[in-house]
Design a protein around this ligand. Structure first.
Ligand code: BTN
Length: 259
């Protein structure tokens, strides 16, 4: 059932210093990512925009992201502090994916799985998708937006999906309080974000511990090219290392499946 988001309950449970302290709640926007990428939304690092409905919610590879109004968590976080725009920038993808994974494990004791680069799965089904977008001035990154869609109380999903979808309600059998869940997500994100800079090895270790495809035969689809090999590892910058007969190749983007 659709529920209204109670800002007071959320605020009591939010335990961050910066992330989500500037909080914007909106009934409907085109896309929370597009809104925060736009300079008109201000420059405050950590600004978080939550919406109940997106008219142009999008995912990787220009896929659409649909979410039923008032049922899930659809939000983006703006980063403007250059301290996080390092050569390990790619690790932001891993920190972002770890955020729903760790929060779900903390709150519901469910096992999560991570799929490269940043899908979050429960029992082989996708519960959360993440899209990181940025804008630059010349060569300099100016704004980075971490967009997270998490299926919470929606139980029916229509359409065709490359990975079957699920929600926390489907997996736990319970209706979930979105306010405490969003507060937990932002509390966890603030910590994982600090670790991107302070302890990148921890980010990689935690991410790899939840990735079941490492060591397996996989296919990687990049645009219309498909490559096959063994998912050897993730390097220190977050690139996938694909071992084929002759060599090990670095993969920068693409969709990964078991072959
Ligand atoms: C994917 O699975 O390809 C990523 C989906 C990302 C969806 C989120 S919902 C909040 C934010 N706003 C968007 O338009 N997209 C992201």
């Amino acid at each position: 059932m659709e529920s209204t988001f109670n800002l007071e309950i959320f605020d009591i449970k939010l335990d961050t210093d910066v992330i989500g302290r500037n909080f914007i709640y909106s009934e409907e926007v085109n896309s929370t990512n597009s809104q925060l990428l736009d300079k008109a939304s201000g420059n405050i690092h950590g600004t978080t925009l939550l919406t109940e409905k997106q008219s142009k919610g999008h995912g990787r590879k220009e896929r659409l992201w649909y979410s039923m109004k008032g049922m899930n968590l659809t939000f983006s976080i703006l980063l403007t502090n250059r301290k996080y725009f390092t050569k390990q920038f790619n690790l932001l993808n891993f920190a972002a994916a770890l955020t729903p994974a760790l929060s779900i494990e903390n709150l519901f004791q469910l096992k999560t799985e991570l799929k490269w680069p940043n899908d979050v799965l429960i029992n082989g089904k996708k519960v959360s998708g993440i899209l990181i977008e940025s804008s630059s001035k010349g060569e300099k990154l100016e704004r980075v937006v971490i967009g997270i869609g998490l299926n919470v109380n929606q139980t029916i999903f229509q359409g065709s999906f490359n990975i079957p979808p699920t929600s926390l309600k489907n997996e736990t059998g319970q209706t979930i309080e979105r306010e405490m869940l969003l507060a937990e997500l932002l509390n966890v994100f603030e910590e994982t974000l600090e670790n991107v800079v302070a302890n990148p090895k921890w980010i990689l270790k935690e991410w790899k511990a939840r990735c079941r495809m490492i060591g397996e035969k996989i296919s990687v689809t990049e645009d219309d090219k498909v490559k096959y090999g063994i998912f050897d590892d993730i390097d220190e910058n977050g690139f996938l290392l694909l071992r084929t007969n002759k060599k090990t190749e670095k993969i920068y983007f693409g969709d990964v499946s078991l072959a």
